[in-house]
Design a protein around this ligand. Structure first.
Ligand code: ZN
Length: 209
């Protein structure tokens, strides 16, 4: 923890003074273009990976980059999505999964989640993705991790489309959804291509757009 605390001092001493104007502007307003939803995994740094600055990404993180389907029950994700879309007016939503995701391993093997009742219930929002892979492959194990991770990104995008603010944004053409998988070991990002109905390297996915 010591290096975290001394890190704040370093930030105040060495970083903040060089970006004083940016932070002054941000002090009383934010206008992010992108809602970035990803896993809470410590190895993901959304601003580092996307090379963005404070104020550019509205970030929501949780185990498994889950978006619960919209319901009458208020939760942190539902409220944050509503705020980002309806109040801040983000024009893009990135749903970013990642390699070696512990939550996806849990979704593949729910028995390993005994003693973690809340994690188990939370990952109930992912079972459908794991099940789809099981049906397609005839079995479900750790060798399906990549496929479950991708399928989960698509499932959570589907859940996103059930949130009223997102429905309205899509209908009015104000919002675009993006499904990504970030590879921690290589730095690569693959993106879902809606025309090819497959994940492709980022360069390819955005080449024509
Ligand atoms: Zn994860």
């Amino acid at each position: 923890m010591d290096h975290v605390i001394s890190g704040v001092a370093k930030f105040q001493r060495e970083v903040f003074p060089n970006k004083r104007a940016v932070f002054k502007k941000l002090a009383n307003e934010q206008n992010p273009e992108v809602l970035f939803i990803t896993c809470a995994d410590s190895r993901i740094d959304p601003c580092l990976v996307t090379q963005t600055e404070p104020g550019e990404l509205f970030i929501c993180r949780n185990a498994g980059n889950v978006v619960p389907p919209h319901s009458d029950q208020t939760g942190g994700m539902t409220a944050s999505i509503e705020f980002a879309v309806a109040a801040l007016g983000v024009s893009h939503i990135v749903l970013c999964g990642h390699t070696d995701c512990g939550a996806m391993k849990g979704a593949i093997d729910p028995d390993s989640l005994e003693g973690l009742p809340h994690v188990k219930e939370w990952l109930g929002h992912c079972w459908h993705a794991a099940d789809k892979v099981r049906q397609r492959c005839g079995h479900l194990g750790n060798d399906n991790l990549e496929e479950v991770t991708r399928e989960n990104v698509l499932l959570q995008l589907e859940h996103l489309r059930s949130h009223p603010s997102v429905v309205a944004g899509l209908r009015e053409g104000n919002i675009k959804l993006h499904g990504w998988v970030y590879n921690i070991g290589t730095g690569e990002v693959e993106c879902y291509d809606e025309e090819k109905l497959a994940f492709v390297p980022m360069k390819q996915a955005y080449a024509k757009k």
